[in-house]
Every structure is written in structure tokens, then in C-alpha cells.
Design a protein around this ligand. Structure first.
Ligand code: ADP
Ligand code: MG
Length: 259
């Protein structure tokens, strides 16, 4: 599928009285890579999950290639014109256009690596079993795991499991890929192999939003770096600006802690 652009407009989310997303506006152009940085609890996962409909926004909207995805109830009536709920069926259809890679891989433990990758396009009816199997082999080759096709997840290292998870996300040919701290659960010596796979994908022009604390990766791969703090974007721009010449004191403080 051709790469999609993502637009997030005035995203708000409350958990009770906790205002977790406080008016986030972010545009990621087709084929661009956005890296989201920010302290723990700043709302990074909530933002990614809202893009994928795993959470519903209370205010605001997300669109993928100009097509609205998920709009939710408005508490104050200011945005009444935007009020619209999408039917479940439509949400499922849209979700298939978005690949999501989690911190903890979330592979199916009882399926082989090959079936982990092939199952989704068969389940959605996108591909026949034979086609999905061929695609799985291609994708496993792409992440360097051809020899593990018939292994089970528990037989793989964390880095290999995460590469399978990436292949699985690609199997639905998504327009955009979301990564939520894809290397945070890995032993340090396994981080590089996963980042290398993500970097390869970036070079193919896949639209990606990556939450990570890997500043070196952000500097090398990101088109835009975003610093989220208390549910707000405090700074965004090219890595050379945000990482090397940050303007906002919160960005400087954050970078001094992770670098
Ligand atoms: P990050 O990924 O940046 O660490 P999160 O988006 O996970 O931050 O969480 C942002 C804030 O929202 C945190 O304070 C977290 O405790 C809170 N939060 C996240 N999910 C829930 C939930 N389901 N219910 C209540 N609070 C939540
Ligand atoms: Mg998180």
C-alpha cells in the first residue's frame, strides 16, 4: 500500500480528571518518520493508541490520508461540528491500515513465527492461505529471519521476536506503522538489530511514528522529532533543531536526562 499521511488535530484525552492529552496537533507527511520523545507518563502511548483506535479521543480527530478516523464526544460543545462516531465495522477496516508494534512484542505464543505473520491477512480475507504463506516468507526474509519460520516465539530472543512482530505488522500492508518503545524491553545488545530493521523500513518510504528513547536513532532516521510533556507538544522540528539546538527548556532538561 502507498504510504499514508497522518494528521492529528486538537487531540484531548482525560482519564477521570487527569488531562492526559491536552490539545495535540501533529502532521506526519506520507513517507515521513516522526519520532516522539518525552518523559514517562507524558501521554506518548495514549497518543499512539488513539491513532489506532485502541483509545478514543474525548476531543479532536485523527485522519489518515485525509480520511477521518475516530471522532468522539465533546465535553464543552465547542467542537460540536466535529462530533461523529464511526461504526465498529469502519473502525476495524481503518485499523487494518495501521500497523502497531508494541514494547512487549505481543506475538501469539501458540503459533509458529510463520503463522504469526500470515494469520492476519488470512483472517481479514485479504489473502488466501497460500498467498499469505508466501508473503510471510518474504517478510521474514526482509527482517532476517527466514531460518526461524517454523520456530515458536519462545524459542527466539527478544530481538528476534520483535522482528517477527514487525513482519506481522507489515503483513497487512499498512499505510502507516506505529511503534511504541519497540526496543525498551530488550537487552542492550539486541537493540541494534531491531533499530536496523526499522531504519530499513524508513528508507523504503513507509510512514512511521516511533516512540523511543533512542536519541541516536532519532537523529539518524527522523524527519521530525516531537517532544511531548504533560500531554502537550512543547517542541517539534527536524532532529538537527530539536536534538542539537533545542529552544525549549523542557526539551533541554529531557535530553540532558536521556543522553
Ligand atoms: P507514556 O506512554 O508517555 O509513558 P501514557 O500515555 O502511557 O504515557 O500515560 C499517560 C498518563 O495517563 C499516565 O499518567 C498514565 O498513568 C495515565 N493512564 C494511561 N492509561 C490509563 C488508563 N487506562 N486509565 C487511567 N490512567 C491512564
Ligand atoms: Mg508509553
Amino acid at each position: 500500500m502507498t504510504a499514508a499521511g497522518v494528521e492529528i488535530v486538537d487531540a484531548h484525552k482525560w482519564y477521570g480528571t487527569h488531562h492526559v492529552l491536552d490539545g495535540v496537533d501533529l502532521t506526519v507527511e506520507p513517507g515521513q518518520v516522526a519520532v516522539i520523545l518525552g518523559p514517562s507518563g507524558s501521554g506518548k502511548s495514549t497518543l499512539l493508541r488513539a491513532i489506532n483506535h485502541l483509545e478514543k479521543l474525548d476531543v479532536g480527530h485523527v485522519s489518515l490520508n485525509g480520511e477521518l478516523i475516530g471522532v468522539r464526544r465533546i465535553p464543552d460543545g465547542r467542537h460540536r461540528d466535529r462530533l461523529r462516531e464511526l461504526p465498529e465495522r469502519e473502525i476495524r477496516r481503518q485499523r487494518r491500515r495501521i500497523g502497531f508494534v508494541f514494547q512487549n512484542f505481543n506475538l501469539f505464543p501458540n503459533l509458529t513465527v510463520r503463522h504469526n505473520v500470515a494469520s492476519a491477512p488470512v483472517a481479514t480475507g485479504a489473502l488466501s492461505k497460500t498467498e499469505a504463506d508466501a508473503l510471510a516468507r518474504d517478510l521474514l526474509a526482509r527482517v532476517g529471519l527466514s531460518d526461524k519460520a517454523d520456530a515458536y516465539p519462545r524459542q527466539l530472543s527478544g530481538g528476534q521476536q520483535q522482528r517477527v512482530a514487525i513482519a506481522r505488522a507489515l503483513a497487512l500492508r499498512p499505510g502507516v506503522l506505529l511503534f511504541d518503545e519497540p526496543t525498551s524491553a530488550l537487552d542492550p545488545e539486541l537493540v541494534g538489530e531491531v533499530l536496523a530493521v526499522i531504519k530499513d523500513l524508513a528508507a523504503t518510504g513507509t510512514t512511521m511514528i516511533v516512540v523511543t528513547h533512542e536519541i541516536g536513532f532519532a537523529r539518524e532516521v527522523a524527519d521530525v522529532v516531537v517532544l511531548l510533556d504533560h500531554g502537550r507538544i512543547v517542541e517539534q522540528g527536524p532532529p538537527a533543531e530539536v536534538l542539537d539546538a533545542p529552544r525549549h527548556p523542557r526539551t533541554r532538561e529531557f535530553l540532558s536526562r536521556v543522553l
